[in-house]
Design a protein around this ligand. Sequence first.
Ligand code: TEU
Ligand code: CA
Length: 559
Amino acid sequence: MTSQWWKDAVVYQVYPRSFADGNGDGIGDLAGILERLDYLQNLGINVLWLSPVYASPMKDNGYDISDYRAIAAEFGSMEEMQKLIKEADKRGISILMDLVVNHTSDQHAWFQESCSSRTSAKRNWYIWEDADETGAPPNNLRSIFGGSCWEWDENTGQYYFHSFAKEQPDLNWENDEVREAVYDMIRWWLDQGIAGFRVDAITFIKKPEVHKDQPADASDGTSVVKPNQPGINAFLKEMKEKGFQSEEVMTVAEAPGVAPEELPAFAGENGFFSMLIEFDHVDLDITPSGRWFESVGWTTADFRRAITRSQQKVNEGGWSALYLENHDQPRSLSRYIPEADQGTKTAKLLATVYFFLRGTPFIYQGQEIGMQNVTYASLSDYDDLSTIDQYHAARQEGLSESEAFAVVSRRSRDNARTPMQWSAEKNGGFSEGEPWLKSNTNTAVVNVEKAEKDTDSILHYYRSLVTIRRSEAWKDWLRDGIYEEVEQVHPDVFVYRRVYKEKALTVAANFSRHPVTVELPAPLEEKVAGNETGLHAEGTLLHLTPYEAVAATGPEGGK
Ligand code: TEU
Ligand code: CA
């Protein structure tokens, strides 16, 4: 492997609980993933990111870890994990583990010891503070999953800090022993033969000032905890030096709060990570408070601007994880395309638009077959703790039951967590048993088996895009080509170029249900990919049918 090999990779994300159930208990597991490795190999991807599979009480489906060096019983065993690493490797696939070190589970031995007494040797492994004179917490910070960041511990008479759920106490990164224990665990996993990590919520490790309120962003006087606090860089630098150690280790940092301007410092030459998971293009519909009901309108132009802002920084030496979906986001078809127009053509449009950007493409399970948001009948169908909190927050702020329900149906993280749709069989072929989360009702129409048989399917299209990205002919071009937006008059059209040496690749996408004609700096040459047959160009004019997206070489040379 050459250094920075991950710049040429294509990543597939598996949410283990929902991918494939090997033993019929309704919960996805490592055995299920092992059975589907050939599918992933056929898709052409070469990195597999597993959302957490560690031992966990599963309050947040594994993002609450109780033992970093054990696999959750419901997912399998360490032997199966080792087998997965080996079997994946045989198929040219490297494994990324999810590294969750902003917090542990409250059931982790470290926290159990920390809360056993004020004089415990691990007391300072977490963040403990006295109540103020009135018994209230030291500040007004609100956690990402709702309620105060401070949870009262009756036993020792102090509050502990949590950025997420109260069952996810934050580790105290100011403590040298904590950091050393984390680095030790990182090295241990690398020794198991994994290629690296997706690094969870890492910009939260530096905490805001304790004895200070922040300006309220909710009617209850609270203010959501903000990531990327000053002083974080020292921790990130040290984690790279002592934990990851090598540029060959692929590190994908989930980095809320990092502005595009900081991208080169975070993920450029000598950056802290290989690449960043950014948020601007998926947070278009919400305000900084993170409360889903405060939804804001957005247009294709906003989406385009968010992408361009980030890509310009990638040009300057940052590196980006290119994605439209993951386990925290609604399905991209449902989010970016009006309901009446969601289908094969529009799914291919979305794929075309992001796959040719500068960065490393990520595909989230089910995206490659056009899975869509789920429609549930009641709040009790949902599992995600954030969904439940967001529903109650919306009610608190005066929304009616049905309004609040509409908000969470649109935004719920469970939209992406419904069982993977393998076939038209029971539960979409995910499990013989009752799935832990209800399947989407469209399994008969949207499933892998059907997509395999149809050469025009979204799945076959993704396969062709992965092939292009990884081919010798395109690899260098798509890695190093400069991103340039080609300004258009039409607000629903997104055109960009990837300029490499004397060559250029143009990507044009029509996000509207009307035909449009765009004007290019020079004529296009050869079509590379697209969701229509042929290329409808006349000189410098390119005609696009409704929702057409096309990638083609040209115009030759500079502008
Ligand atoms: O997500 C972090 C997270 O919640 C942010 O993306 C958040 O949405 C944003 O900062 C709001 O502004 C990660 C995991 O992806 C998620 O599944 C976990 O629940 C969470 O961390 C806690 O571990
Ligand atoms: Ca199972």
